[in-house]
Design a protein around this ligand. Structure first.
Ligand SMILES: Nc1ncnc2c1ncn2[C@@H]1O[C@H](COP(=O)(O)OP(=O)(O)OP(=O)(O)O)[C@@H](O)[C@H]1O
Ligand SMILES: [Mg+2]
Length: 323
C-alpha cells in the first residue's frame, strides 16, 4: 500500500539574459521579433509529480508516480528510481518531448517563460483506477487539465482518499471542472492566494467549500500553514530556514510532509509541522530536487522547530514492504 502522485513531469530550462528586456522591447512597434543572447543555461528536473515524489522518498516512502513523459525522460527516470521513487506507472511516449518549462530572467528579475506541454497532454489517456485500488492515498497535482478531472473521478470511483492540489491551474480552470474535481476530496491544498481564487471561482466561502471537501490546507509562505475543517482552524508557524535562496518548489515539498502525516494518521498539528519542515530544505537550494537529508536529520529539524512530538518515534521509517 502506497502513496500515488499524479501531476506534471517537466524539464526546466533556466536562462539568464545579462541585460534588460525593456531596452529591447519597444512599446510603439506593432511587430515583435526579439532574440536574447543568454549567457547562462541550466537544466533542472522539475514537474509537480517528481517534486512531490522526491520529497516523499526522502521521508521514507516509496511513492508511485502516475504521469506521462517523453523520449527525453530516461536519465530523469533512472535518477528517480535511484532515490526510491517507483516510476513503473509512468507512460513514456517516444513520439513526444517531456513537458518543458523555459524561462529567461533579465537583470531586473523580469522573466519571459514558456511551457511546452508535450507528453503531458497524453496524461488524459491514463486510467488511474487499477493502480489506485491498491493505494492508501493519491495526490492530484497540476497536470494536463483533462487528466486532473479524470483522476479525481477515478479516486471517487475506487474509493481511495485523495488530496486535490490545483495550485496555479486555479487561474484558468472552469468552475464546472473545479467543483467536479473537488467533490469528495479529503483535502483541498492551496496557498493563501489560491484560496481566494477558489472562493471566487466557486462562489463559496470556506464553510461552503467544506460541504465538498473534508479539510482545506492553506500554506501561507513564511507564516506557515493552516488547516480549516468543520471543527475550526489549526495554525502552525513556519519552520526556520537556514538561508532563503530560492523558494520554487516549497509548495511541493510541503505536500510531501502533508501526505506522510495523512498516511500515518497523525493529528493535524503534527501533519502541518512535517509539511513546514519538509518545505524549508527547498528554500535553501536552487532547484526543487537538489536538497537531501537523512531520517535522523529530518527528525532533528522537526524537534529544533517544534520540540519533541510523540509521532517522531515511528515517523518516516524506510521499512515499508511494497506490494
Ligand atoms: N520564507 C519561508 N520561511 C519558512 N518557511 C517557508 C517560507 N516560504 C514558504 N515556507 C514554507 O513552505 C510552505 C509553502 O509555501 P507557500 O505558501 O509559499 O507555497 P506556494 O505559494 O504554493 O509555493 P510554490 O508554488 O512556489 O511552491 C509554507 O506553508 C511554509 O511551511
Ligand atoms: Mg504552489
Amino acid at each position: 500500500m502506497s502513496i500515488i502522485v499524479t501531476g506534471s513531469i517537466a524539464w526546466d530550462y533556466l536562462m539568464r539574459f545579462p541585460g534588460r528586456f525593456k531596452d529591447h522591447i519597444l512599446s510603439d512597434q506593432d511587430k515583435l521579433s526579439v532574440s536574447f543572447l543568454v549567457d547562462e543555461k541550466e537544466r533542472h528536473r522539475g514537474g509537480t509529480a517528481p517534486n512531490i515524489a522526491y520529497n516523499l522518498a526522502l521521508l521514507g516512502e516509496r511513492p508511485k508516480i502516475v504521469a506521462a513523459a517523453g523520449h527525453d525522460f530516461e536519465d530523469y527516470r533512472q535518477w528517480l528510481e535511484s532515490v526510491g521513487v517507483d516510476t513503473s506507472h509512468i507512460a513514456i511516449h517516444p513520439d513526444e518531448f517531456t513537458a518543458t518549462f523555459s524561462v529567461i530572467t533579465d537583470l531586473d528579475h523580469n522573466q519571459i517563460a514558456s511551457f511546452h506541454t508535450g507528453a503531458m497532454a497524453r496524461a488524459r489517456e491514463i486510467d488511474l483506477r487499477p493502480i489506485a485500488r491498491n493505494a492508501n492515498w493519491v495526490i492530484i497535482s497540476p497536470d494536463d487539465p483533462a487528466a486532473m478531472v479524470n483522476h479525481t473521478a477515478a479516486c471517487r470511483e475506487v474509493g481511495v482518499p485523495f488530496v486535490y492540489d490545483p495550485s496555479q491551474q486555479l487561474a484558468r480552470i472552469s468552475r464546472d471542472d473545479f467543483m467536479h474535481s473537488l467533490q469528495g476530496a479529503s483535502v483541498l491544498a492551496v496557498n493563501d492566494y489560491e484560496l481566494e481564487l477558489a472562493k471566487k471561482l466557486s462562489g463559496l466561502d470556506e464553510a461552503g467549500l467544506l460541504t465538498y471537501v473534508q479539510a482545506i490546507v492553506v500554506t501561507r509562505g513564511p507564516d506557515g500553514a493552516s488547516v480549516i475543517t468543520r471543527e475550526g482552524e489549526v495554525h502552525v508557524p513556519a519552520a526556520q530556514p537556514e538561508a532563503v535562496v530560492e523558494p520554487t518548489g516549497v509548495g511541493d515539498a510541503f505536500r510531501a510532509g502533508l501526505l506522510v502525516g495523512l498516511n500515518a494518521g497523525y493529528d493535524w498539528e503534527t501533519t502541518l509541522k512535517l509539511g513546514n519542515t519538509a518545505a524549508v530544505y527547498v528554500i535553501e537550494r536552487i532547484g526543487t530536487q537538489n536538497h537531501h537529508y537523512t531520517r535522523e536529520e529530518f527528525l532533528a529539524r522537526v524537534r529544533e522547530n517544534y520540540g519533541e512530538l510523540p509521532a517522531l518515534e515511528t515517523c518516516c521509517r524506510r521499512s515499508k514492504i511494497e506490494d
